[in-house]
Design a protein around this ligand. Structure first.
Ligand code: F6P
Length: 553
């Protein structure tokens, strides 16, 4: 499906201008850009409620920003954004609407899709969740032997795991521990064994979380969980007390044995990686209570409003997308680090890996042509302090430049005397160091001041030079809480949407995960039989043969 007024991105005047600007910008140093412009921070930072976004430490100037903003017009970004909010089928390859924003439509604005008001469906689903969450947390929901539920085990993978688990970890401080929440995502039996070992089946509730209810890994774990329960309950009717499902596939979930009343809705207009706001977020609501889950939705809704109404020049997700495009596609920096300086965000980079890489890790335009330009960087990261003592050497001095997002909080949720200032001094120091660097002259002067002899200075100087000029964004939150976390996640979600439009790629499918899934299904049959099929390449055949021969011994 094509969009009428479309041109290949590379033919747009703004795209061409940006390509030319990138060539000259490569010879600029940010130190000079700061020196030339006393207003740089004011110009290139946005103060949202609860979040300060500083993008001044990027290799940009007024002319780059003007062309990037012109590009948003040339690609009709605002139109596409409105189409998303208005339930048009912008998931072109799957012919679906993209409506995760409807899940946090807190003013319950009417959203018509296929003749139905989605807002009403969402409110009904939230009411279903609320009743269930209260029943479990207040101990009215009983296990097969009449005991209250103490432990929730969420079985799901990808979007049915990463979002809820990342949020549960980030908001641990806000849990009243009415229940303990655990996650099983890996089909490696080690994980489910470890999670279930200390638990009492009489008091465990499983959430089988799978939009499709066909994902092999999740179904395998769900079957193992059923066997574990039945070993103790000895009665299949116990499944109804101990299993609920979140799925768009009611048929499969019912066939699995889950009572239809205990199947929570999902819709095909919610992508898995954008689904934590739906019933996929049940473990979050069970852990924190429904009110706090709503605060999370409220935070995301605030950013939805910002994304829809803020001018492009002040629109944080749009700016984030433009900077990523500038860094990756135009300047050629093909990797990006996510560096939280808040312990609560320790799963953020894993979450964003799926959100961004599964959405935009593609190389074909929505017209089916090769893009011919780099699309999105590979995303990776780790808690900042741990990273500093592991891979920051590479960030500071390797010849591969890795732009980074630094994310920190003014207040810690668990203050311990003397810790937060040490943490945050590193947070501020690192973006400064990555930007300013230290040149040879300064290195030599420093070594001399320390009394080093000329031969030692000559030897050490080249190793101690930091070229700097490494782009970073800073997102400084007031404090992590359900609302600010909702804001933060929604900023990245809309960044990813805007990136997709700028790059002219379909952000809401994931065909690239299918090939491996299909091959694995065939290979599993081989692993379970005596056969090794001839169709593999010699490497794969011999790996399988080796595996089977060792296994038989
Ligand atoms: O294989 C990738 C994927 O489809 C993701 O997009 C999705 O989040 C994950 O698997 C889990 O899918 P489901 O919720 O259908 O089990």
């Amino acid at each position: 499906m094509t969009h009428s007024a479309e041109t290949n991105r590379t033919n747009l005047p703004s795209w061409k201008a940006l390509s030319a600007l990138a060539e000259s910008m490569k010879n600029q140093h940010m130190n000079d850009l700061f020196a030339m412009d006393a207003q740089r921070f004011d110009k290139f930072s946005i103060n949202l409620p609860n979040i300060l976004f500083d993008y001044s430490k990027n290799l940009i100037d007024d002319s780059v920003m003007a062309e990037l903003l012109q590009l948003t017009k040339d690609v009709d970004l605002a139109d596409w954004r409105d189409k998303m909010f208005n339930a048009e089928r912008i998931n072109l390859t799957e012919n679906r609407a993209v409506l995760h924003t409807a899940l946090r439509n807190r003013k319950q604005k009417q959203i018509l899709f296929d003749g139905e008001n989605v807002a009403e469906q969402v409110e009904q689903a939230l009411a279903h969740m609320e009743t269930f969450v209260n029943q479990v947390r207040q101990g009215q929901w009983k296990g097969y032997s009449g005991k209250r539920i103490t432990d929730i085990v969420n079985i799901g993978v990808g979007g049915s795991n990463l979002g809820p688990q990342m949020v549960t970890e980030a908001l641990k401080h806000y849990s009243d521990q009415s229940v303990n929440v655990h996650y099983v995502s890996n089909v490696d039996g080690a994980q489910i064994t470890e999670v279930l070992a200390p638990l009492n089946p009489e008091k465990v509730l499983f959430i089988v979380s799978s939009k499709t209810f066909t994902t092999t890994e999740t179904m395998t774990n769900a079957n193992t969980a059923t066997q574990w329960l039945l070993k103790s309950a000895n009665d299949k009717s116990a499944i109804a007390n101990h299993f609920v499902a979140v799925s768009a596939n009611i048929k499969n979930a019912t066939e699995f044995g889950i009572h239809p009343d205990n199947i929570f809705s999902m819709w095909d207009w919610v992508g898995g990686r954008f689904s934590l706001w739906s019933a996929i977020g049940l473990p979050i609501a069970l852990d924190l209570g429904f009110d706090k889950f709503i605060e999370l939705l409220d935070g995301a809704n605030d950013i939805d409003e910002h994304f829809q109404h803020a001018p492009m020049t002040e629109n944080v997700p749009v700016l984030m997308a433009l900077l990523s495009l500038w860094n990756c596609t135009f300047l050629g920096f093909k990797s990006q680090a996510i560096l939280p300086y808040d312990q609560t965000l320790h799963m953020l980079s894993a979450y964003l890996q799926q959100a961004e890489m599964e959405s935009n890790g593609k190389s074909v335009t929505w017209n089916g042509e090769k893009t011919g330009y780099a699309t999105v960087p590979s995303i990776w990261g780790e808690l900042g302090i741990n990273g500093q003592h592991a891979f920051y050497q590479y960030l500071h001095q390797s010849n591969n430049i890795v732009p980074a997002d630094f994310i920190g909080s003014v207040e810690s949720v668990t203050p311990v005397a003397g810790h937060h200032e040490t943490l945050m001094s590193n947070f501020f120091a690192q973006t400064q160091a990555l930007m300013t660097g230290v040149n040879e002259q300064q290195v030599r002067a420093d070594l001399k001041a320390k009394g080093r002899v000329p031969e030692v200075i000559d030897k050490l100087a080249p190793h101690k030079v930091h070229e700097g000029n490494r782009p970073t964004n800073t997102l400084l939150l007031t404090r992590i809480n359900p609302k600010t976390l909702g804001q933060l996640i929604a900023l990245y979600e809309h960044k990813i949407f805007a990136q997709g439009i700028l790059l002219q790629i379909c952000s809401f499918d994931q065909w690239g995960v299918e090939l491996g899934k299909g091959l694995a299904a065939d290979i599993e049959k081989e692993l379970l039989s005596d056969e090794v099929l001839p169709q593999h390449d010699s490497s794969t055949t011999n790996l399988i043969k080796f595996y089977k021969s060792v296994k038989q011994q």
